[in-house]
Write a protein that binds this ligand. Structure first.
Ligand code: HEM
Length: 357
């Protein structure tokens, strides 16, 4: 393990350790940690059961694993707990209609956008290493009154290939508190899952802005146009302002909430804009494994532009009532990776827990 990866694993473990102490006295059965944390020195081993050896994840057991890793949920999301909500519009390109007959690829629509920090820790500083990857979730409000959502993050990949492995990843994180002897469960997981190691050790530094990051849909969709022609692709969101990050010195001086302050100032000057791009699958690309990024040389199609123009008046209340569902799709777009439907069944479990903490 490189010193860098060790630091990141320790940072993860240290934060998780605090969270484990928080979830030691839950008031409800949901969110009960699965791990014993026997060696973590919390003194809570008696109140925790061993991790379920169940290999197959369910939406409930997945959210239990997130709550185990990051702490008992209150009014916030099980992951990507810290966020801000804005509004704007999406304008499709001419090429978009050749890709899919989806309604928002034919005409402009209003959008709701939520930017977020990684992990289920709502008070995480924007400069914390664990805050990356950042999230960008988009709700397209379609002309017939229905909605379709796109939920992305600022890393081109994912720690594991499917939901079952991803649940084990979060359990390993939750079991790797300080005092746990090396190799900790997360170190062991990284040793056998190179994509998880890359995810934990190669995140970007804190960005200048939520609007100076690229975001990736990671999961693959099938797009069908009005002539019945189908393509497989993955979404990318490219910032018109370019990709920019803080220097180490700037990051040290940045306030814990600097990203929200920066975005307010930016939006006051003008819209934050992103190009929505579809990266098309090449013949040999795996459609159903989001842990493997496709080559940058793959063909891309510009689908349109998102212009984000204003904060909602009450971001905290709005985000609590807001639920993004990655698998609710209009005609012309279908899930091509089973993870998408699993995500869509799991987000409502977290939603329910944050309405009834
Ligand atoms: C096994 C796969 C996954 C599962 C089970 C899962 C689960 C969850 C859950 C339970 C939430 C909280 C939802 C809520 O309370 O509303 C969430 C939020 C989120 N996830 Fe995932 N996730 C998965 C994969 C991904 C991937 C591949 C990405 C990025 C490409 C991603 C990005 C996000 C973001 C950005 C949010 C915040 C959504 C918001 O703004 O409301 N997740 N995820």
């Amino acid at each position: 393990m490189t010193p860098l990866s060790k630091n990141i694993a320790l940072a993860a473990a240290a934060t998780v350790f605090t969270s484990v102490a928080v979830i030691a006295t839950p008031s409800k059965s949901h969110g009960q940690p699965a791990g014993s944390n026997k060696n973590a020195g919390t003194g809570n081993a008696a109140s925790m059961s061993h991790p379920s050896s169940e290999a197959k994840a369910t939406p409930e057991s997945f959210v239990d694993a997130l709550n185990f890793a990051f702490g008992k949920q209150t009014t916030q999301r099980a992951t990507h707990a810290k966020g801000v909500v804005l509004i704007g519009k999406f304008t499709p390109s001419e090429q978009a209609r050749n890709v899919s007959q989806a309604p928002h690829f034919q005409q402009g629509v209003p959008i709701t956008v939520r930017f977020s920090a990684n992990t289920g820790m709502p008070k995480l500083a924007d400069t914390a290493p664990l805050a990356s990857p950042r999230g960008m979730s988009i709700k397209f409000h379609l002309p017939d009154g229905t909605e379709t959502d796109l939920v992305t993050h600022s890393y081109n990949g994912f720690p594991t290939k499917n939901a079952d492995e991803q649940r084990l990843f979060f359990i390993a994180v939750g079991q790797s508190g300080p005092g746990v002897s090396s190799p900790t469960p997360i170190e062991q997981f990284m040793a056998t899952h190179p994509a998880a190691k890359a995810f934990l050790t190669s995140q970007d530094p804190p960005p200048v802005s939520y609007a100076t990051l690229s975001y990736f849909g990671v999961n693959s969709f099938k797009f069908t146009n009005a002539k019945g022609k189908a393509k497989f692709g993955r979404y990318q969101l490219i910032p018109e302002a370019g990709r920019h990050f803080l220097s180490a010195d700037e990051a040290r001086r940045a306030a814990p909430e600097y990203l929200t302050d920066e975005l307010r100032a930016r939006i006051a000057r003008g819209d934050a804009r992103f190009r929505l791009v579809l990266q098309l699958a090449a013949a040999a690309d795996k459609i159903d494994d989001p842990s493997i990024a496709w080559a940058d040389s793959n063909e891309q199609v510009s689908l349109g532009v998102l212009s984000i123009s204003a904060f909602v008046p009450d971001s905290v209340a709005t985000e609590r009532g807001l639920l993004f569902l990655p698998g609710v799709l209009p005609v012309g777009i279908e899930a091509a990776d089973p993870m998408i439907q699993f995500r869509s069944k799991t987000y409502p479990v977290s939603y329910e827990r944050r309405q009834n903490p």
